[in-house]
Ligand binder design. Sequence first.
Ligand SMILES: Nc1nc2c(ncn2[C@@H]2O[C@H](COP(=O)(O)OP(=O)(O)OP(=O)(O)O)[C@@H](O)[C@H]2O)c(=O)[nH]1
Ligand SMILES: [Mg+2]
Length: 362
Amino acid sequence: MKIAIIGLPKSGKTTVFNALTRGRAEVAAYDSSLAPNVGVAKVSDSRLVALENIFHPKKVVPAEVSYVDIAGSVKAFFKEGIGGEFLSYLTTADALLQVVRTFQDENLPHPEGSIDPKRDIATLDLELTFSDLNIIERRLDRLEVSLKAAKAAERGQYLKEQILLQKIKTELEKDIPIRQQELSKDELGALSNYQFLTAKPVLVVLNIGEELLPQASQLGDEISSLYPRFAVVALCGKLEMELAQFSDAEAKEFRESMGLTEPMLDQVIGLSYHLLGLISFFTTASAELKAWTIPSGMMAPGAAGKVHSDMEKGFIRAETISYADLESCGNLCEARKKGLLRTEGRNYVIRDGDIITFLFHV
Ligand SMILES: Nc1nc2c(ncn2[C@@H]2O[C@H](COP(=O)(O)OP(=O)(O)OP(=O)(O)O)[C@@H](O)[C@H]2O)c(=O)[nH]1
Ligand SMILES: [Mg+2]
């Protein structure tokens, strides 16, 4: 899973990136020629801790999410025409994380002159819309040319694409992002290759000042009610970045003293999983306990293919137990006695938390 961090200049993107990845990228060093920061966050999962006590593996490998932090802002990119590489960081991301400045700081003027999260979210959405419109217009021009030279057999396909692109273009021009347009499954499938930015799931991070921490969830709810399709979380980026450099125990103690509960990293990752419809399953082969991320609804052979392509090709069956069953039995031996270890075939749909051994031939 790859998430691109976007937002207006000086909204706290790099600060949030550092908090999420426990990184130390330099904040406040805007330079559009700067290479993006790329970092990986390990997904903390309490189930892994419990499974470690059951299996005593030599190694535990949690799932990972990668974050890309791009210097400057999308707004500047389109105005200044810095498309190319930067745009490709956005288009190849599975989701966009928008950092919205909500902290007050007189020494750090907001580029638009005032703190107004609703305005900033709308501004950025508009920029994403421009980018999509740009791509659509170019494609429509090319389609026109292709249609002139097309053989009868190809015309149908081209015309279908033209009609679909015109339809979403009309809606985009009314400021309706693709994620909010009513499109059929087939239409969405046909669009997926374009990787349109307004089709991507969005996670909004309201970067609040410490003084607003007691109102964090209220502020988040306010924005979520305006943007029901966004996942929203309010947090203090600066504080989280500092905490990310503490040891787990120190950070926990500090959090408790501030009345904070779940670490931000876990909250954001949890929301990302939910937003992207992802689940985890676990494998324990070769003394390695490993968490894997898949889209929910994936069947056993597809999940096996995540582990190794040979496992998908030569898939025979999956020995499976749910996390809840294994945890309640305490070990596999007991679970087997109770008949809770199941043998599942090709049509089995993997469930979140399954512990699986794939059997396959090569
Ligand atoms: N007071 C306060 N300042 C913050 C907070 N988050 C970030 N800042 C400050 O805002 C400035 C910009 O933060 P960055 O994280 O560099 O912002 P950015 O969006 O990456 O900026 P560019 O990449 O230059 O567009 C820095 O001086 C941060 O210390 C916050 O929660 N409170
Ligand atoms: Mg930055």
